[in-house]
Design a protein around this ligand. Structure first.
Ligand SMILES: [Ca+2]
Length: 117
Protein backbone atom coordinates (compact mmCIF):
# COMPACT_ATOMS: atom_id res chain seq x y z
CA UNK A 1 0.00 0.00 0.00
CA UNK A 2 1.32 3.41 -0.93
CA UNK A 3 0.62 6.80 0.46
CA UNK A 4 0.46 9.80 -1.82
CA UNK A 5 1.16 13.34 -0.85
CA UNK A 6 -0.93 16.03 -2.41
CA UNK A 7 1.76 18.66 -2.11
CA UNK A 8 3.91 17.03 -4.78
CA UNK A 9 1.17 15.89 -7.11
CA UNK A 10 -0.75 17.70 -9.76
CA UNK A 11 -3.44 18.81 -7.38
CA UNK A 12 -3.66 21.35 -4.65
CA UNK A 13 -4.24 21.22 -1.01
CA UNK A 14 -7.65 22.55 0.01
CA UNK A 15 -7.97 26.28 -0.30
CA UNK A 16 -8.04 27.37 3.30
CA UNK A 17 -6.58 30.85 3.45
CA UNK A 18 -4.46 33.29 1.55
CA UNK A 19 -0.78 32.96 2.42
CA UNK A 20 1.29 36.09 2.91
CA UNK A 21 1.99 38.41 1.18
CA UNK A 22 -1.31 38.02 -0.67
CA UNK A 23 -3.43 38.75 2.37
CA UNK A 24 -2.30 42.34 2.62
CA UNK A 25 -0.29 44.10 0.00
CA UNK A 26 -1.54 42.81 -3.30
CA UNK A 27 -5.18 42.13 -2.62
CA UNK A 28 -5.78 45.16 -0.42
CA UNK A 29 -4.22 47.38 -3.07
CA UNK A 30 -6.98 46.25 -5.39
CA UNK A 31 -5.23 44.07 -7.92
CA UNK A 32 -2.84 41.18 -8.32
CA UNK A 33 -0.38 40.74 -11.16
CA UNK A 34 0.16 37.62 -13.22
CA UNK A 35 3.30 36.70 -11.28
CA UNK A 36 1.58 37.27 -7.94
CA UNK A 37 -1.39 35.15 -9.02
CA UNK A 38 0.93 32.41 -10.26
CA UNK A 39 2.84 32.41 -6.98
CA UNK A 40 -0.38 32.41 -4.97
CA UNK A 41 -1.77 29.38 -6.81
CA UNK A 42 1.57 27.64 -6.43
CA UNK A 43 1.47 28.37 -2.70
CA UNK A 44 -2.03 26.89 -2.63
CA UNK A 45 -0.56 23.69 -4.06
CA UNK A 46 -1.60 23.97 -7.71
CA UNK A 47 1.03 22.78 -10.16
CA UNK A 48 0.06 24.54 -13.38
CA UNK A 49 2.13 25.18 -16.49
CA UNK A 50 2.73 28.80 -17.45
CA UNK A 51 0.62 28.54 -20.63
CA UNK A 52 -2.44 27.26 -18.75
CA UNK A 53 -1.88 29.89 -16.04
CA UNK A 54 -1.76 32.58 -18.73
CA UNK A 55 -5.00 31.29 -20.22
CA UNK A 56 -6.67 31.21 -16.82
CA UNK A 57 -5.38 34.66 -15.86
CA UNK A 58 -6.66 36.12 -19.13
CA UNK A 59 -9.99 34.32 -18.73
CA UNK A 60 -10.62 35.77 -15.27
CA UNK A 61 -9.37 39.29 -16.06
CA UNK A 62 -12.91 40.16 -17.05
CA UNK A 63 -12.33 43.91 -17.30
CA UNK A 64 -9.10 43.43 -19.27
CA UNK A 65 -6.93 45.53 -16.96
CA UNK A 66 -3.99 43.13 -17.18
CA UNK A 67 -4.35 42.39 -13.47
CA UNK A 68 -6.85 40.55 -11.33
CA UNK A 69 -9.03 42.59 -9.02
CA UNK A 70 -10.01 41.01 -5.74
CA UNK A 71 -13.33 39.75 -7.12
CA UNK A 72 -11.65 38.32 -10.21
CA UNK A 73 -9.00 36.59 -8.11
CA UNK A 74 -11.58 35.11 -5.76
CA UNK A 75 -13.69 33.88 -8.68
CA UNK A 76 -10.64 32.30 -10.31
CA UNK A 77 -9.75 30.46 -7.10
CA UNK A 78 -13.30 29.34 -6.45
CA UNK A 79 -13.83 27.99 -9.96
CA UNK A 80 -10.38 26.41 -10.13
CA UNK A 81 -11.22 24.60 -6.92
CA UNK A 82 -14.55 23.41 -8.37
CA UNK A 83 -12.91 22.27 -11.63
CA UNK A 84 -10.19 20.45 -9.72
CA UNK A 85 -12.73 18.69 -7.51
CA UNK A 86 -14.69 17.58 -10.58
CA UNK A 87 -11.55 16.27 -12.23
CA UNK A 88 -10.54 14.38 -9.09
CA UNK A 89 -13.69 12.26 -9.35
CA UNK A 90 -12.26 10.75 -12.52
CA UNK A 91 -8.59 10.83 -11.51
CA UNK A 92 -9.06 7.91 -9.18
CA UNK A 93 -5.31 7.26 -8.76
CA UNK A 94 -4.47 10.90 -8.10
CA UNK A 95 -1.97 10.94 -10.94
CA UNK A 96 -3.28 14.03 -12.74
CA UNK A 97 -4.58 11.89 -15.60
CA UNK A 98 -8.19 10.84 -16.12
CA UNK A 99 -10.13 9.09 -18.81
CA UNK A 100 -13.58 10.54 -19.41
CA UNK A 101 -16.14 10.04 -22.11
CA UNK A 102 -17.91 12.77 -24.05
CA UNK A 103 -20.97 12.90 -21.82
CA UNK A 104 -18.87 13.02 -18.67
CA UNK A 105 -16.98 15.95 -20.19
CA UNK A 106 -20.23 17.71 -21.10
CA UNK A 107 -21.59 17.05 -17.63
CA UNK A 108 -18.57 18.75 -16.05
CA UNK A 109 -18.72 21.77 -18.37
CA UNK A 110 -22.47 22.21 -17.97
CA UNK A 111 -22.28 21.84 -14.19
CA UNK A 112 -19.62 24.56 -14.05
CA UNK A 113 -21.65 26.75 -16.38
CA UNK A 114 -24.77 26.33 -14.24
CA UNK A 115 -22.87 27.18 -11.05
CA UNK A 116 -21.52 30.35 -12.70
CA UNK A 117 -24.99 31.72 -13.44
CA1 LIG B 1 -8.93 42.92 -14.09
Amino acid sequence: MTTTTRTRGAFPLPLLSLPPPYTHNSLCSGSISFNEAYKALSNFGYRLSEPIMQLMFYSYDADRTGALGFDEFVQMNSELSSMTNMFRKYDTNGTGVATINYEQFLSMVLTLKASDE
